[in-house]
Design a protein around this ligand. Structure first.
Ligand SMILES: *Cc1c(COP(=O)(O)O)cnc(C)c1O
Ligand SMILES: [Zn+2]
Length: 407
């Protein structure tokens, strides 16, 4: 069972009751983070106990917020492969490159983890109507988990979000509104509608539990590597819950005595067209400024200002990591490169981690034998609109020029 004790403000530390609906800190408006009885967790969540557990993120139940198992809304999220990328590694001169492939998640992206946690907990606390502003994949995940939980689901998405995201929401029966504007405009519409519609908003980090689902990526990486963390984790950053969640996971594991004080260098990757974290990192700031005119093909990275920006920057700096911007041309080229060399059809956001790794290798900031994990946060199958499908045409009535295929 869950060993959650309370919620704590990530900025001012104010304690909040966990067993009632909460959003952000009532004092300072910053994100709330669940805290657990880690002494007790150490006793029941033993390494031996994990052996027989379910192959999903719910194997770490003690460190997740849902109190009663029957409230878990699951589609089998988590426990994704950590695949050695030998050919890709060789092409970069690296001997220990791995890809954590979240493209295999239900709804095709790692957002499934966060929404499984948030929808489960919302259900447990009596919520029947949820809303979300989303640039794409979070909406699809909320729609799926909301449908499974029997909730009413409302989605506000930027009109230029990938077509697939509107379709995957509509097919589950969610109500979708396309907003002429950015994710921040969509967020305002959800907020403004709260009073009239009485929905619960599961906006990133404006409710306490999505980050707990994302945290399981960190727990999994540790378990899959035999409780030894890698040297470098490269993660495509939008709202930042992935980095914030993994960073939290490592702290919890250390407190439970499963790992030492060592941490991977956390590398935050953004697209040049929307890189508030990279800018704030370079300028030594603690928070990001709103990124005007945000635009990139990697829709999941189009977040001009994140509520948890100070937590992203803190994790990157404390870990000795860095924040790197890559161009859309680079990340799209790397979608093909990962597919060609490893057979993994990554999403553009995931491919951006490879573009960032190239820059680190070129600058000599990665050693040949460093263990490096690239996070592919979603499936390329959701982004086929962005890629070419040209091919030669064969006319069965004429002889075909096979030699032309060798090219
Ligand atoms: C949302 C999203 C991201 C950004 O993730 P955060 O953890 O919120 O920073 C990256 N990749 C994909 C495919 C996404 O959908
Ligand atoms: Zn606070």
């Amino acid at each position: 069972m869950s060993l959650m004790t309370h919620l704590e403000c990530s900025r001012c530390g104010t304690r909040h009751e966990a067993d009632e609906l909460q959003t952000v800190c009532r004092k300072c408006g910053k994100p709330l983070l669940p805290r657990y009885d880690l002494e007790a967790a150490k006793k029941s969540l033993t390494k031996e106990a994990l052996v027989g557990r379910v192959s999903s993120m719910w194997r770490y139940l003690e460190l997740l917020p849902v109190r009663r198992k029957e409230n878990i809304v699951s589609l089998g999220e988590g426990w994704t492969p950590l695949t050695p990328a030998k050919r890709l590694g060789e092409s970069l001169g690296l001997s220990n490159l791995l890809i954590k492939d979240e493209g295999l998640m239900p709804t095709g992206s790692f957002k499934a983890r966060g929404l499984s946690a948030a929808v489960s907990r919302a259900k447990e606390l009596g919520v029947t109507r949820v809303a979300l502003p989303s640039a794409g994949n979070a909406a699809g995940a909320m729609a799926a988990y909301g449908a499974r939980a029997g909730m009413e689901v409302y989605v506000f998405m930027p009109g230029d979000a990938p077509r697939v995201n509107a379709v995957e929401c509509l097919v589950t029966g969610a109500k979708v509104v396309k907003v002429r504007g950015l994710i921040s405009d969509a967020g305002k519409l959800v907020k403004d509608g709260e009073r009239e519609m009485r929905w619960f908003s599961v906006t990133t980090l404006a409710e306490p539990y999505r980050v707990e689902g994302k945290k399981t990526m960190g727990l999994e990486v540790a378990e899959q590597l035999g409780w030894k963390l890698p040297d470098v984790i490269i993660y495509p950053t939008g709202g930042g819950t992935g980095i914030i969640g993994m960073w939290k996971a490592f702290d919890e594991l250390e407190e439970m005595g499963w790992i030492g004080p060592e941490r991977p260098r956390m590398v935050s990757v953004q697209a040049e067209g929307c890189s508030p974290v990279v800018r704030a990192y370079a300028e030594g700031k603690e928070e990001c400024e709103f990124f005007e005119g945000a635009s990139t093909a990697a829709a999941g990275l189009r977040v001009p200002k994140a509520l948890g920006d100070f937590l992203i920057l803190r994790a990157v700096r404390e870990s000795g990591g860095e924040a790197i911007a890559v161009s859309d041309a680079e990340l799209m080229a790397d979608v093909s490169e990962i597919a060609r060399l490893e057979g993994i059809f990554a999403c553009p956001e995931g491919a951006a981690t490879l573009s960032a790794l190239r820059k680190m290798v070129d600058a000599g900031r990665v050693d040949h034998d460093d263990s490096v994990i690239l996070f592919n946060t979603g499936s390329g199958l959701k982004y086929t609109d962005l890629l070419p499908d040209e091919a030669p045409i064969a006319d069965p009535k004429k002889p075909f020029d096979y030699a032309s295929l060798r090219g």
